[in-house]
Design a protein around this ligand. Structure first.
Ligand code: NAD
Length: 457
């Protein structure tokens, strides 16, 4: 341990815990323990591994209110969001507890023998996660990796280690053997970088910014190490004139301001067909001004603070004055890293607020003239993570869904993430997919074995 880190409650600016940060040597020791534990974990019978994961899910369920409260305190998430997140972790582990007995290979017809495939676990998986959804994103990596027979070392973001550390305790309480799932708090440049460089870490699952993702991928290339990347987004919410405009406007704020806009799937570009633009803006203003921004521990709050003072500064730099501001919602006064939900109406399609990931409660609304223009503007982005399409024309819904370059789209809703459907990005939003039925296979190598049936002479 080299240093300790003060964890701050972003709604009060008070220190809530002090966490030791691992140095490179401690990281290497943890990786060595994970490598040793792999030998026995991979040979735990599938039914037993499944049962241990089910127990882990039950332990998370029993602790869910505590986990939710920890996330409110550590991350400023609203209580209702944090409760959903703890439930998501439980469900993700429970879902993948069904995987160990279902890692089914193939039997392929061949001459003079039998050909079968096996899904072999990789070894030690290194998971590096961000601060915006500390609990769920951790579980999307560790649950399928453990189910496939790997051991996991997980590095939480410096700002938000508390729920991940608690999850590691719950895994042990549930009977998951020591060193099978370890949480290693520390700096990205130390612990995270070591996961990338260490020859005994067989795969990296990285969720975070596109810039760091690029570095991680370059580091993995040195070792031909497989990597899954879940990176940034600048998703479009496309509203056609024939849609249920009231519903589209009422839900749009939650699709971008949820978690104070610190959501990789935030629909932060709202594209509205020109003929209904003015009406949409009137409805949107009412909805944005009605959002309850305040103490995240209050169950009625709909938006809390930003994660840190520096994140607030970063976000504020996108709104240096009122020139582009169409309207704003409210924010509390006093301590806390607050930033009111803000709607911009940029006039230039090259404006940086339409291209850069702000990662705060700032949305930009632009009009479009027809379907082709909507698709062109939606795709005018280096990112391609999610998006929404509002229309009553089912043919158009499908045409536009197929044309938008993004991994997760929703029609007449804003849902992106279900643990049993695949999740991930196009273009600079990432590489590979998490969640869904195939996720455990991303933590295995396929091995082909041919067995001769020829009689020996
Ligand atoms: P970040 O890239 O700064 O950090 C992410 C993680 O990487 C942290 O744990 C950090 O400590 C670690 N890290 C930093 N430098 C590293 C290095 N050199 N080597 C290895 N690890 C290193 O991102 P953030 O600010 O924590 O999170 C916000 C970003 O995450 C946003 O861009 C957001 O869009 C993205 N995100 C993407 C998804 C998705 O599923 N696509 C989900 C959530 C967040």
């Amino acid at each position: 341990m080299t240093a300790s880190y003060d964890v701050i409650n972003p709604a009060t600016e008070r220190v809530v815990a002090t966490v030791d940060q691992l140095d490179r040597d401690a990281t290497d020791e943890a990786i060595a323990r994970a490598r040793a534990a792999f030998v026995s974990w991979r040979s735990v019978a599938p039914g037993d591994r499944a049962r241990l994961l089910r127990r882990f899910a039950e332990a998370v369920d029993a602790d869910s209110e505590n986990l939710a409260q920890l996330e409110v305190t550590n991350s400023g998430h609203t209580l209702s969001n944090a409760r959903w997140e703890a439930g998501n972790v439980r469900d993700v582990i429970a879902y993948y507890s069904g995987a160990p007995e279902r890692l089914i290979g193939q039997q392929i017809p061949v001459a003079d023998g039998v050909d079968v495939t096996f899904h072999e676990p990789l070894g030690v998986v290194g998971a590096i996660v961000p601060w915006n959804f500390p609990m769920p994103i951790a579980s999307w990596a560790f649950a399928p990796a453990l189910a496939a027979g790997n051991t996991v070392v997980l590095k939480p973001a410096e700002l938000t280690p508390l729920t991940a550390l608690r999850l590691a305790e719950l895994a042990l309480d549930a009977g998951i053997p020591e060193d099978v799932f370890q949480v290693l708090p520390g700096k990205g440049s130390v612990v995270g970088q070591r996961f990338v460089d260490h020859p005994d870490v067989a795969k990296i699952v990285f969720t975070g910014s596109t810039d760091v993702g690029r570095l991680v991928m370059a580091g993995c290339a040195q070792h031909i190490k497989p990597v899954t990347l879940e990176l940034g987004g600048k998703s479009a919410n496309v509203v056609f004139a024939d849609s249920d405009l009231e519903l589209a406007a009422a839900t749009a704020p939650y699709a971008v301001f949820d978690n104070a806009g610190q959501d990789c799937c935030a629909r932060s570009r709202i594209l509205v067909e020109r003929s209904v633009y003015d009406r949409f803006m009137e409805l949107l203003e009412t909805a944005v001004k009605g959002m309850v921004v305040g103490d995240p521990s209050d169950a009625t709050s709909e938006m809390g603070p930003l994660i840190s003072a520096s994140q607030r500064e970063r976000v504020a730099a996108y709104v240096p004055n009122d020139d582009q501001v169409a309207f704003r919602g409210s924010q509390p006064s006093g301590p806390g890293f607050w930033f009111a939900p803000t709607v911009l109406a940029p006039t230039d399609l090259t404006d940086r607020v339409l291209h850069e990931e702000i990662f705060g409660p700032v949305a930009a609304v632009v009009p479009f003239d027809d379907e082709a223009a909507a698709i062109r503007i939606a795709n005018d982005s280096e990112f391609g993570l999610s998006g929404s399409i509002w229309t009553r024309d089912v043919g158009r819904a499908l045409r536009v869904s197929r044309a938008i370059e993004a991994g997760n789209l929703s029609v007449n809703s804003h849902s992106s993430v279900r643990y049993w459907t695949p999740f991930g990005g196009f273009k600079s939003s990432g590489l590979g997919r998490e969640l869904g039925p195939d996720a455990p296979f991303a933590f295995t190598e396929t091995k082909n074995v041919f067995i001769s049936t020829k009689e020996s002479s």
